[in-house]
Design a protein around this ligand. Structure first.
Ligand code: AMP
Length: 223
């Protein structure tokens, strides 16, 4: 099963993606994480991406498409994977179909109002070691400022500054939001209300994915 987690920055794609991985075993592929690693490792790709990411702009389609192509060719993606943060443009969606057109492709659209996104992102803290994500109020760490999992000191992402967050939400509205219509036309878009608690949202996603898994199994039997 191939799952695309679709939603604005701060909609909870990473959190839900990790829960999906735990339950179903498919790896979560976050283009943001892949790019941040490239920036940290000072690769030539990372150097190209860094300034754009800091400004809240999109990195070029060619760069992210190449990252995705390479990652999903790995053995652990053979049975399926979860894409988080890709595609973000119609060109990327079309590239994905060329790279891997297998069905079913399920697009989980996590829908959250913009005013909620902003406060979630300004209150977000991440672990630089294991990438766990925390948020004031919703998912606070047990010990202030420390990761529950590996005890590293939590940091804020360079692009979680208010002015960059505003730009990221603007870029989402301008470039990425139209993908919803694209996937609605393909009949693969499944909306999920992303404003409740983490567990409630996850339950809705499980309902969708389990129903798709049943359909996939029935299709296999009748083929
Ligand atoms: P994210 O972690 O998904 O919020 O992504 C962080 C940043 O990485 C974005 O603001 C973009 O600068 C860049 N990025 C991640 N995924 C993509 C993508 N699919 N296309 C273009 N830029 C991306």
């Amino acid at each position: 099963m191939r799952v695309i987690l679709f939603g604005a920055p701060g909609s909870g794609k990473g959190t839900q993606g990790d829960l999906i991985t735990k339950r179903y075993g498919f790896p979560r592929i976050s283009t943001g994480d892949l790019l941040r690693r490239a920036v940290q490792d000072r690769t030539s790709l990372g150097k190209k991406a860094e300034g754009l990411m800091k400004a809240g702009k999109l990195v070029s389609d060619e760069i992210v498409e190449e990252l995705v192509r390479e990652r999903i060719s790995a053995a652990d993606c053979r049975k399926g994977y979860i894409l988080d943060g890709f595609p973000r443009t119609i060109a990327q969606a079309k590239a994905l179909e060329r790279i891997d057109g297998r069905r079913p492709e399920i697009v989980i659209g996590i829908e959250v109002r913009p005013e909620i996104l902003f406060s979630r992102l300004t209150g977000r803290w991440v672990c630089p070691t294991c990438q766990a994500v925390y948020s004031h109020g919703v998912r606070a760490p047990r010990h202030h400022g420390l990761c529950d999992i590996c005890r590293s000191e939590l940091v804020q992402r360079a692009d979680d500054k208010p002015e960059v967050i505003r730009e990221r939400i603007r870029v989402y509205e301008e470039e990425t939001a139209k993908l919803k219509d694209y996937y609605l036309r393909q009949n693969t878009y499944r909306p999920v209300d992303g404003e409740g608690g983490v567990e409630d949202i996850f339950k809705k996603i499980v309902g969708i994915l389990d129903a798709e898994a049943v359909k996939e199994e029935e299709g296999r039997i009748t083929r």
